[in-house]
Design a protein around this ligand. Structure first.
Ligand code: NYM
Length: 212
């Protein structure tokens, strides 16, 4: 029941191309869950507030150059430095909605040509999400949405490669939502998926580790 000792918060990850709608949908989802009385926080990766996050941010803004493998490992380190806080939040009953996670790390780096298994290796042992939701939108449609900023990676040809690598990461546990649906329809599907996952974690679904 709700008060079982192993009741915990759930780790819910949103993934997708740049401009797929993840960020605004994760905000909407968090406020909906709060309204429902769920204790929940919005997280995102990269977490640009840490020292590592600031290096990542400078790289993305084209203010610094880094070897492809070096930046890959920084993105991973940025998740590792939050790992224990993440686990303690979950164990204390707080659910986390996370805008990007290890799958972004692998999809973006392997789209540059790095080996997929090499990209996954530093992620092994991080907390595994209870739910991964992919907001599915083609690179073309995403680019039409406007607002591709000046950040590195926000280019049509590169995003097409990222979409391909995301597809190689899919497994049956992923939930795919058509990102071209109206905002409210996407929101409705997200709410239902998230609430179901929150409930199963309250009932004591065990925490697991990547990759699983
Ligand atoms: N990105 C994000 C990576 O290349 N590797 C990662 O591990 C993560 C978490 O950073 N284009 C890329 C994807 C985005 C960019 O993310 C910044 P956002 O969500 O635009 O702040």
């Amino acid at each position: 029941g709700c008060n079982s000792d192993n009741s915990r918060g759930s780790l819910i990850v949103l993934e997708g191309l740049d401009r797929s709608g993840k960020t605004s949908q994760s905000h909407r989802l968090v406020s909906h869950l709060k309204d429902k009385g769920v204790s929940v926080e919005l997280w995102r990766f990269p977490d640009r507030t840490t020292a590592v996050g600031q290096m990542i941010s400078a790289y993305l803004a084209n203010e610094s150059e880094l070897d492809d493998r070096a930046i890959h490992l920084l993105f991973s380190a940025n998740r590792w430095e939050k790992r224990s806080l993440m686990e303690s939040k979950l164990r204390s009953g707080i659910s986390l909605i996370v805008d990007r996670y290890s799958y972004s790390g692998v999809a973006f780096s392997s789209a540059k040509g790095l080996d997929l298994e090499w990209c996954k290796a530093p992620e092994v042992g991080l907390v595994a999400p209870d739910l991964v939701i992919y907001l599915d939108i083609s690179a073309e449609k995403a680019s039409e949405r406007g607002g591709y900023g000046a950040e590195r990676y926000e280019q049509l040809e590169f995003q097409k490669k990222v979409a391909e690598t995301y597809h190689t990461l899919y497994d049956d546990s992923w939930k795919i939502i058509d990102g071209c649906l109206p905002v409210e329809a996407v929101e409705e599907q997200l709410r239902e998926l998230a609430l179901g996952t929150v409930l199963s974690c309250q009932k004591g679904k065990p925490l697991s580790k990547l990759w699983s």
